[in-house]
Design a protein around this ligand. Structure first.
Ligand code: ATP
Ligand code: MG
Length: 279
């Protein structure tokens, strides 16, 4: 793992929890510690006093220790961070308690919108339209979802997602994080746990995104297949039933190198759909 990757990883963890990126002094401290520099030398490099650097470093080690569940000091910072980063990214399949205690730092979950309580009741499975209220089984299409074999629990994220989706009525939730960190796996596990709460569940991969109209037609057909009296529009289904739609690899809709939310011209319709869902 290169120093840049490790710094990025550390920044990612800190940002996830504090919503602040590492600043230049904190970055210099990490780099300096990894190069075996003394505080005095780090201080010289960033034109600060030694005591200032020591104070900032103490806070940084404290923060990282709390986030990673292990005592981190200047002397062990590189080895611990590297071990945690590699464990989180590559070793899900091996038995390791590191993963369960620390992986939570890694996937960021973002509630995009809150459903009004009144609304949530109208859309709950107790809605008389809803097949689940008539004891009909959930209709599920997971043909595009990855298979889940060994799974190490991520209790914090699982319970947060359940709370937001089932209790708080969030209509849109975004999971973001480094590639390979387990976003898709977490979602498959979540579906296993909450599927009975929904009338319909469908997973679509946007690895190679179709135009929105194609997805819209597919979703509409999926919902219509079991309905003697089909709804007029896709949104009508989403209003009348408990529908869980997972769109994986959504990043492909966006321009690369831009701030999130900059859709590629051909995918702007997706943006409108997400707004419609949220509002
Ligand atoms: N909690 C977990 N327990 C066991 N294996 C896991 C876990 N999370 C992820 N994995 C495994 O790690 C690999 C990468 O996970 P996954 O595909 O979910 O990552 P991702 O964050 O969705 O990546 P990408 O951003 O590239 O889509 C997969 O082989 C997956 O089975
Ligand atoms: Mg994925």
């Amino acid at each position: 793992m290169t120093t840049e990757e490790l710094l990025q990883w550390a920044d990612d963890i800190v940002f996830t929890h504090t919503e602040k990126h590492l600043d230049s002094v904190q970055t210099a401290i990490l780099e300096g510690a990894w190069q075996g520099l003394k505080y005095e030398e780090i201080a010289k490099k960033c034109h600060r006093s030694k005591s200032h650097i020591k104070n900032i470093a103490a806070e940084l080690w404290q923060t990282l220790s709390e986030l990673l569940g292990e005592n981190i000091q200047k002397a062990n910072a590189r080895s611990v961070l590297e071990r945690k980063a590699i464990s989180n990214i590559y070793n899900y399949g091996s038995s390791s308690q590191i993963i369960t205690s620390n992986i939570n730092s890694h996937i960021s979950i973002c509630p995009e919108n809150r459903q009004y309580p009144e609304d949530a009741r109208n859309r709950s499975p107790s809605n008389s339209n809803s097949p689940s209220s008539q004891n009909q089984p959930t209709i599920i299409d997971l043909t595009e979802a990855p298979e889940l074999t060994d799974y190490y629990p991520r209790p914090t994220e699982e319970s947060t997602l359940k709370q937001w989706i089932l209790e708080d009525g969030m209509r849109l939730v975004t999971l973001y994080g480094l590639s390979g960190i387990g976003k898709s796996a977490l979602t498959v596990k979540l579906i296993q746990d909450i599927q009975t709460e929904f009338d319909y569940i469908i997973w679509r991969s946007l690895g190679n995104p179709p135009p929105f109209s194609t997805l819209q037609t597919e979703l509409y057909q999926f919902f219509s297949q079991s309905q003697p009296n089909p709804c007029a529009t896709l949104i009508e289904y989403l209003r009348s039933f408990r529908c869980l739609i997972i769109l994986d690899d959504v990043q492909n809709l966006f321009k690369s190198g831009e701030i999130a939310g900059q859709y590629l011209a051909e995918y702007e319709e997706y943006g409108k759909f997400f707004k419609q869902l949220a509002t």
